[in-house]
Design a protein around this ligand. Structure first.
Ligand code: PSU
Ligand code: MN
Length: 302
């Protein structure tokens, strides 16, 4: 695949400076305009404030971009019919010269080709509830299985089956690190009933783990960073809303790649915007930790 890497990003990669990849499905499908545009700019600023370089990844008119300028961010935030691009969509999107927003899996593929090791997002995809029957398992988990990219996220939403998601990640050999926690965060809430594989308490330790792992074996790492306490939502309220959203999705026969965007939009609607605020807070928190890890990696891998 041919990539167009923004100048400052390429320079940072070549000099071994900290770079943080950012996905774009969260912009096009995860949040409404104008909040999505403000979010996309603010995460980049947070990363810069930590001394690292942000690289938002997307496909603009068929060109795979690593690092977007402000006009491109704005375009992606407003453009109708932006394609949601996971691994299976690259050929179509590029050959038809379409605009596409990369999911966690799509972003990992591009980040890996560009040589970016750290990636910040909100939540990863996973095994959907009833996935044992529908086979609805996000491609995100396959890319985590094989690519040397660390994904800093707030765990996964309980629109998914978190237990099955962890089992799948274990089968695929993905280390799921709790950042200052032993419990898997559940996106809107700080924890779930599930344990992570290992807990680490600093960006330095995470960087050391990545370095040690990648000297031996290939594969992704999940850095599960809980939403800050003050921003987390009430667990009972959010669980009820997620259940209602799941019932509605089943009634409407939503399936395939529409499932996750449908559930996200429904949760947002039913929480009257509270979920959006929480979503923003956790993304900013993840960007900060990802930038710190990227900075620590600068010294560790020399
Ligand atoms: N979960 C969220 N917010 C998101 C997504 C997931 O809480 O924006 C997006 C990410 O881009 C993720 C994708 O990679 O949805 C997963 O989609 P699917 O379940 O269709 O694989
Ligand atoms: Mn799916």
């Amino acid at each position: 695949m041919k990539l167009e890497i923004k100048k400052e990003v390429l320079k940072a990669i070549n000099e071994g400076k900290g770079v943080v990849a950012l996905e774009s499905t969260i912009i096009s499908h995860g949040m409404p305009y104008p909040e999505n545009y403000a979010m996309a700019q603010k995460v980049e600023k947070i990363i810069r404030d930590e001394g690292a370089i942000p690289a938002t990844i997307a496909i603009i008119n068929g060109v795979i971009k690593v690092g977007l300028d402000n006009d491109e961010l704005l375009y992606l935030s407003q453009a109708p019919n932006v394609l949601k691009v996971s691994k299976r969509d690259f050929g179509y999107c590029v050959s038809k010269k379409l605009t596409g927003a990369t999911t966690v899996s799509g972003t990992m593929i591009v980040a890996n080709l560009a040589g970016i090791k750290v990636f910040a997002t909100g939540g990863i995809g996973g095994v959907h509830r009833n996935g044992e029957n529908t086979f609805d398992i996000s491609r995100d988990l396959e890319e985590l299985a094989s690519l040397n990219v660390a994904v800093v996220c707030a765990g996964a939403k309980s629109i998914l089956d978190l237990g099955l998601t962890l089992e799948y990640l274990e089968t695929k050999g993905v280390e799921v690190i709790g950042y200052k926690t032993s419990k898997l965060p559940a996106f809107f809430t700080k924890s779930s009933e599930f344990n992570v594989t290992h807990r680490l308490d600093s960006a330095k330790e995470v960087a050391a783990l990545l370095d040690a792992k990648w000297k031996l074996i290939d594969g992704g790492v999940v850095v599960a960073n809980p939403i800050p306490e003050k921003d987390s939502l009430d667990e009972k309220m959010i669980n009820k809303i997620i259940n209602d959203a799941l019932v509605e999705a089943a009634e409407k026969g939503i399936s395939g790649k529409e499932t996750t965007p449908f559930l996200l939009a429904k949760v947002k609607e039913l929480t009257e915007g509270k979920s959006l605020e929480a979503n923003l807070a956790l993304v900013y928190n993840n960007a900060k930790v990802a930038a710190q890890i990227a900075k620590e990696l600068e010294s560790v891998s020399k």
